[in-house]
Write a protein that binds this ligand. Structure first.
Ligand SMILES: Cc1cc2nc3c(=O)[nH]c(=O)nc-3n(C[C@H](O)[C@H](O)[C@H](O)COP(=O)(O)OP(=O)(O)OC[C@H]3O[C@@H](n4cnc5c(N)ncnc54)[C@H](O)[C@@H]3O)c2cc1C
Length: 485
């Protein structure tokens, strides 16, 4: 396969580029925005993904303003230099990783909440605003921004838009895309475009705003976002149920959703995850269970409808053979359970560090009704690879995160783990799903995007890229790099 996103002309060599960066770019930027120190650049060169290259960046621009972003792209365009946009670098697919000869364009410092418009129920923010900081700010306005990736406390709104981030409450409240009203983006040549109206409705022109959401820094750089808000959400009722197996729990999710339920959270943790969490902290989870479901409902805004919904869940769970079902309407207890769920990733990291350091975190999304079948076939992948595979899932969305653990120092184990990781995506596609529900393609899954998209769709992707970034300078070698030419 060819790489259609590789710059068409060579960039200047490193020495010449450094001289140009100092003489041309630095004066056009805010004071101190350009860093050339190799250690500083290296420290900003990677997100959280394993097994993704991240070497070769030449410079780091810590943008302070839209003008900084425009100056950087004008420079990069003139000299054919690759640019890698970055938010908070919490990505899991290598999307924010350096590529050889690139400028890392980091937006984390553009972190101001510019406006909250009560009448429109919108917030306008710079891309570096941390998701949780926005949520906290909106509370005093009686408003809420629902999308809540597991990384809510550490990831940026710009990164959330660029990856179309999902999260725990998406099952009812949708993903980032559902809340983006207007985007300001800097294009590959440095020009500034405003995509979408700020108004509640608007059908003037093509939906280019939609094109940029989830484009992972390959089409332009998001410098301002106007987000649709909702009134503060009602406190939910929470139910927790444990099951003898993952497949039984998955079947319960499908059956519950088929009743027309609109829960605000349906999270699943398998037995391996429960064990790792217990090892990480004193949570008292039933590690003997095959799986646990954490279900929340805020009903239709009234406690009675929430109560009916969780009772319906409990009935289905008990009929399916749940080991235990419990409820709470105490907000502190609910929050503690959700907080425990959010600690799955740190618990995985602790387990990985104690078992050779290797962890590959997958992110497939399936039709809900096929999840039980996935877990039955997962047993074969576990047996064949010999690897420990733990699963957390935004199960209400069919979005599964199997994590494959292995000894990173043992080439045979690495090879088996990589094969298991691939088998999980093969299984996802075979069951009518997608290779990524929310973490994105980045570097990690670029070959897999080519396996998921049909030839006509791949050609459209390439045409869009060619139209918006003809020199191929925006995040080359990532999401679009393995599509057939
Ligand atoms: C513990 C943990 C839990 C997580 N849970 C979830 C989850 O539940 N749901 C989920 O969706 N993700 C989750 N993630 C993944 C990650 O947090 C999200 O992908 C997040 O949206 C990335 O935001 P960021 O600011 O860190 O972006 P980065 O990692 O810096 O960048 C991500 C991608 O976006 C591009 N990009 C960043 N900013 C911009 C910009 N301003 N303009 C253009 N392109 C840009 C980058 O080039 C890169 O391709 C989790 C990660 C961790 C570590």
């Amino acid at each position: 396969m060819t790489d259609p996103t590789t710059a068409t002309q060579p960039a200047p060599d490193a020495a010449a580029l450094t001289a140009l960066l100092q003489s041309e770019l630095a004066p056009a930027l805010s004071d101190g925005a350009l860093a050339l120190d190799a250690d500083v650049v290296a420290a900003h060169s990677a997100d959280t993904a394993l097994f993704c290259p991240a070497e070769g960046a030449v410079a780091l621009v810590r943008a302070r303003s839209t003008e900084d972003v425009q100056a950087t792209l004008r420079f990069a365009h003139a000299h054919h230099v690759p640019v890698v946009p970055q938010g908070a670098r919490t990505g899991i697919s290598g999307g924010a990783n350096a590529v050889p000869g690139c400028i890392l364009l980091n937006l984390a410092g553009m972190d101001r909440i510019l406006e909250v418009d009560a009448a429109e129920q919108t917030a306008t923010v710079q891309p570096g605003v941390i998701n949780q900081a926005l949520k906290d700010h909106l509370r005093e306005h009686g408003l809420a921004y629902p999308p809540d990736p597991g990384s809510v406390a550490i990831s940026s709104i710009g990164g959330n838009v660029a990856t179309n981030a999902g999260g725990l409450c998406c099952v009812k409240y949708g993903v980032t895309r559902d809340y983006v009203r207007q985007l300001k983006v800097v294009l590959a040549d440095g020009s500034l475009a405003t995509l979408g109206p700020r108004t509640a409705k608007g059908v003037a022109g093509l939906d280019l705003r939609g094109l940029f959401i989830g484009s992972e820094g390959t089409l332009g750089v998001v410098v301002e976002v106007t987000l649709r808000l909702v009134p503060q959400l009602a406190p939910p009722l929470t139910a927790v149920a444990t099951f003898p197996s993952e497949a039984v729990a998955a079947g319960v999710v499908a059956e519950f959703m088929a009743t027309g339920a609109r829960p605000s959270m349906v999270e699943m943790l398998d037995g391996a995850t429960l064990g790792m969490l217990n090892d990480y902290g004193d949570f008292g989870l039933d590690a003997g269970a095959g799986a646990m479901l954490l279900v929340q409902s805020d009903g239709s805004g009234d406690p009675a409808s929430a109560q009916r919904e969780v009772e319906e869940f409990a009935r289905i769970a008990e009929e399916a053979g749940a080991l235990d079902v419990g409820f709470t309407d105490d907000p502190a207890d609910s929050e503690a359970m959700v907080a425990t769920r959010r600690l799955a990733q740190p618990a995985y990291e602790k387990y990985a560090m104690a078992h050779g350091g290797g962890q590959l975190l997958d992110d497939i999304c399936l039709p809900r009704a096929r999840m039980a079948e996935f877990f039955e076939r997962l047993a074969e992948v576990r047996a064949e690879s010999g690897a420990t595979v733990a699963v957390v899932a935004h199960a209400g969305d069919g979005n599964l995160h199997p994590a494959v653990f292995f000894d990173a120092g043992d080439p045979a184990e690495v090879a088996r783990a990589e094969r298991a990781f691939e088998q999980l995506m093969e299984l996802g596609l075979a069951l009518g799903g997608t290779i990524t529900g929310e973490h994105g393609v980045g570097y990690l899954k670029r070959e897999w995007l080519a396996r998921e998209l049909d030839p006509a769709t791949q050609a459209m992707h390439r045409a869009v890229k060619q139209a918006l970034d003809p020199l191929g300078i925006l995040n080359p070698g990532k999401m679009l790099a393995a599509l057939d030419g």
